[in-house]
Design a protein around this ligand. Sequence first.
Ligand SMILES: [Zn+2]
Length: 690
Amino acid sequence: MLTSTSIGCTTPDTGATRPQRAASPPDPATLAQGPAGAPPRVEIERFADVRLLRYQVPGFEELDLRHKELLYYLYEAALSGREIIYDQKYRYNLSIKRTLEEVVKRYAGDRNAPEFKALVLYLKRIWFANGIHHHYSSDKFAPGFDFDALKRMVKGTPAGRFPVRPGQSVDDLLAELEGVIFDPKVDAKLVSKSAASDVVASSAVNFYARGLTQPQVAAFYAGRLAPNDPAPVSLGLNSTLEQGAAGPVERVWKVGGRYTEALEQVVRWLEKACTVAESDTQRGALERLVRFYRSGELRDWDDYNIAWLADKDSLVDVINGFIEVYHDPLGMRGSFESVVSFRDAVATKRIDAIAKEAQWFEDHSPILDRHKKADVKGIMGRVITVVIESGDTSPATPIGINLPNADWIRTQHGSKSVSLGNIVAAFDAVRGGADREFAWDAADAERGSRYASLASELHIDMHEVIGHASGQLDPGVAPVHETLKSYGSTLEEARADLVALYYAIDPKLVELGLMPSIEVGQVQYERYIRNALQLQLYRVPPGGDVEEDHMRNRQLVAGWCYERGRPDNVIERRERDGKTYFVVNDFVRLRELFGELLRELQRIKSEGDYTAGRELVERYAVKVDRRLHAEVLERYAKLDIPPHSGFMGTRLVPVRDGERIVDVKLEYPDDFSAQMLEYAQKYAFLRTWS
Ligand SMILES: [Zn+2]
């Protein structure tokens, strides 16, 4: 079972609060060229509420051929699976994407007409979100054109090869898609988390057949859980639950099963990667991944994860599989993702220093003694340099990842935690003026800008390395997603954040040489509170609720501490010139509050206390102060910073001598639409209708 002890992605909060890495400056030789010696262009394009950025891959040129070749095969394996996420998210995503791509490629009419431009914009949003629902809010996009306009443009696309069903006419295809695209009420929400509704029936996500209900799914899996299995598989992780003649049936994602066309390609490239693996350990892990994709057996997935954890020394690393469960309202089914990377040795030293002291942090944690791990195992942290991301990690990306997700593997074999160094550096390069806008005064802002990068880096590292890894369940308590259900991810992310926050002003960090003074941690407190109560609201549409797990977790932490600290004025809400500010008056007391909430969240997790978890989330994490929200939107509008960022991928080009690869060139494409159309051409392995 996937449990949220893991659920490892630290999504970026806002573009305004990116940490920076002082270590390992980019190598000028590998930078994407700006015009005549100018620094590389980081921001490529903006549309709707997003911007596309580009990361650098310092150090790639210096790698030896074997590493480059290995990265190239893993890169192809990553991209070969990229369309799976479209189909996983929504059953019409591929047909809509492919229909619009035909129009964009071949439309013979006026390409400057407003309706064509609106169609292009809609398609870009789909590319960014891997589907027709917003990647963050999960709401369906409203296209800026109508059905008649779509029909006209399709008719005006003479050479179009539209993705019709067998025997279907293009007109019938359009008729089928009309409500799906244009009726805001049809499949309005990608993932529904409301406890008031049937989350399976009310989510558009394609993990469960239409018509299946939450009780039916629960009944299907109830018989399959072995309550005392010390090594439970991640039930449901790699299948669609379909409606068979005799009830629900799993259709497994594997070679020979669903998504076979893409998975065959993934496997083909992984097998090539095996031939140039750095070590027997790494080869063994890759071979087990191949075996899993072939068998679809969840035991093989666990075997692979254990082998992957055993590979501690390789320079090159890959995440490739059905990993995070955020898109499943029941937290079982994994979205396809891949992250191909190599280690940033210098920056990894910092994260190592924290990992080495994991037991000290566990021992000194404010959680109840019975919830502490006596022996915190195998926490491994590294900073990686990303070469390519695919599937659910692209274009929007995490900045930290902690895997695997299975609790028992984490307990027995440990976990790997990575910080995506070059991604974080790119975010930092475009950091805007929001910190300044929301800081109380100039001194505040100055201190913030001096320490923001280090403070954020340490927060990410601690969240991943000692946050998710800490604590233990009471004997006999089921994994979090079973006990805390749809609140599990939010509560687990909050728990990991609270571990990081609790230690942020601990002199231990100064002692370890990780920060010059506890002022760094104080800056983190101020920034965290402001981000949670103000900055991140920029990502919530007007009138909306907070939906995303990481946003909810921050809102919960800050909202709870604000309320609890009010008698002592720990966090003060001030106003000046009609603008609201949050100022931390008492860092020591705030740390105590973080500790209290951490102890309670650990208790909720350890005991599986669903009622208490739900009450916390519903009370503090969901609803937004409408007036404050409007104010934030207004202040942000003046700053001109899109609320969401994502990344274009690099392009790896093998240089061949006959069959043999003699070098691999890394390129930095700078046209998002061109890259998406290139991918659509090269990696469209899936059938539109399956
Ligand atoms: Zn996390």
